[in-house]
Design a protein around this ligand. Structure first.
Ligand SMILES: Cc1cc2nc3c(=O)[nH]c(=O)nc-3n(C[C@H](O)[C@H](O)[C@H](O)COP(=O)(O)OP(=O)(O)OC[C@H]3O[C@@H](n4cnc5c(N)ncnc54)[C@H](O)[C@@H]3O)c2cc1C
Length: 405
């Protein structure tokens, strides 16, 4: 049997798994997935948890039965990866050997790098922090709310990858609009000010002018203030303080922290200076060809988006199929920013752009249809346990979006 071991059952890991399953048995592939969580967490729905619209149980599903229908699932923290020995070591000391290893461990969110966060900060990034933010919002009685990102760090081993100052600003915009809708519902909007800040020169630095224009119009309409080139220094009880000495008053500070590569990747000396696994354009580790790295934990994933993790997962599965059988098409990986930003009140903005990678697609589509698509996508993914909508859905969407462009 050929041993494929996938570390991480998130967007990237589940995609690789689902794409290998149809041919694994025939080609004698033994699939093992390792994750420290028993559940898949749909992070793009955490803002809805933070607004009290959903509970954690609505944005998770158990991965064990899904994996065990076709392979082995091990629920454990991965402590070490030994690429010379071709093994990974689990927390109880068990060694799991691989022929091909897929790193899909996501990124570490470095909350500790923001002094004052543990006392005064909130976030939507985890299944612990999102419900806690909802509690804080319920106790909020008006005042200043500040939402922003800490700067991102990237290593230097893949210099052709675009350099961004923020890892992923979609959740910042999303929370701002959703908080706006939430405060209106509670009759507190008049008594509150919403401020967003970005470490970048322009908010949403990873998209083009058309999206900036649309986003700018909506932030103005919704009276959401935007400040750019702001590097957070620390948080205090009543303000956010920046490295340039300026500050914004804040009764509630909601932050997306800096992203770093997964701890185990850095500790196993498989990461670049920022801990992200460096790979070639086909997501093969630069130093170890039998290791692939995809998703938020890979140096080539910029920005840190689930859509990119999924597309990379499909590519890696197709490469493995070709490698093991000599047959099959290689999945076309064309990077693009594709996300649907929930704006509350059953409205959303669909953003699709590839200008960051040299393309000329740059679409922002606002309305109830975008909101419906987000709901349909989330429901599909949860119902089909981490499977993405079929290619035909993507092709229909392409036709629809081309009409809008
Ligand atoms: C609030 C929020 C909103 C977002 N909205 C969008 C959106 O609208 N669209 C979009 O495309 N993207 C969005 N994203 C980004 C998206 O969620 C991530 O890009 C995506 O989850 C990355 O997938 P991944 O497979 O790399 O990692 P993850 O999904 O993070 O999965 C990694 C897995 O590895 C496991 N793991 C980590 N370390 C270990 C270890 N040492 N041992 C064992 N297991 C381990 C974790 O438990 C986890 O299950 C959002 C992110 C956030 C935080």
């Amino acid at each position: 049997m050929y041993r494929v071991v996938i570390l991480g059952a998130g967007f990237g890991g589940m995609t690789v798994f689902h794409h290998i399953v149809p041919w694994a048995k025939k080609e004698q592939v033994q699939l093992t997935v390792i994750d420290e969580r028993e559940t898949f967490l749909l992070k793009p729905s955490l803002p809805e948890v933070a607004m009290g619209e959903k509970g954690i149980q609505d944005v998770t599903f158990a991965v064990r039965p899904v994996i065990e229908a076709h392979g082995t699932f091990l629920c454990s923290r991965v402590q070490r990866i030994d690429p010379e020995d071709k093994s990974v070591v689990l927390e109880d000391g068990t060694k799991i050997f691989y022929d091909t290893l897929v790193l899909a461990l996501g990124a570490q969110k470095d909350f500790r790098a923001i002094p004052g966060f543990s006392d005064f900060g909130h976030s939507v990034c985890t299944d612990v922090l999102a419900p806690r933010l909802f509690q804080a919002l319920e106790e909020f009685s008006g005042g200043d709310l500040v939402i922003g990102s800490a700067p991102m760090t990237q290593g230097t081993r893949t210099p052709d990858v675009p350099f961004l100052k923020a890892a992923c600003e979609g959740p910042v915009g999303e929370i701002a609009f959703m908080v706006d809708a939430y405060l209106q519902r509670r009759g507190l909007r008049e008594k509150s000010r919403i401020h967003c800040f970005s470490p970048a020169d322009v908010f949403f630095e990873d998209v083009g002018d058309k999206v900036h224009e649309a986003f700018g119009e909506f932030t103005e309409q919704h009276q959401i203030g935007i400040e750019t080139k702001k590097i957070i220094d620390h948080l205090e009880a009543d303000k956010v303080v920046f490295a340039d000495g300026t500050e914004i008053p804040s009764a509630l500070s909601i932050l997306i922290p800096a992203y770093r590569g997964p701890e185990v990747v850095a500790e196993s000396h498989l990461g670049d200076e920022a801990g992200f696994a460096p790979t070639d354009e086909q997501f093969r580790h630069l130093d170890y060809p039998d290791i692939y790295a995809i998703g938020d934990g890979a140096s080539r994933t910029v920005p840190k988006l689930g859509h990119l993790a999924v597309e990379q997962g499909a590519l890696v599965a197709s490469l493995l199929h070709r490698e093991l059988t000599g047959r099959g098409a290689i999945h076309d990986f064309d990077p693009e920013i594709f996300c649907i930003m929930n704006m509350g009140n059953h409205r959303a903005m669909l953003i699709r752009s590839n200008t960051l990678y040299g393309g000329n697609m740059d679409i922002a589509y606002y309305g109830a249809v975008s909101s419906f698509m987000k709901k349909a996508f989330d429901d599909y993914l949860l119902h089909l346990k981490g499977k993405m909508p079929p290619d035909i859905a993507q092709r229909l969407l392409n036709v629809y979006l081309q009409r809008l462009a």
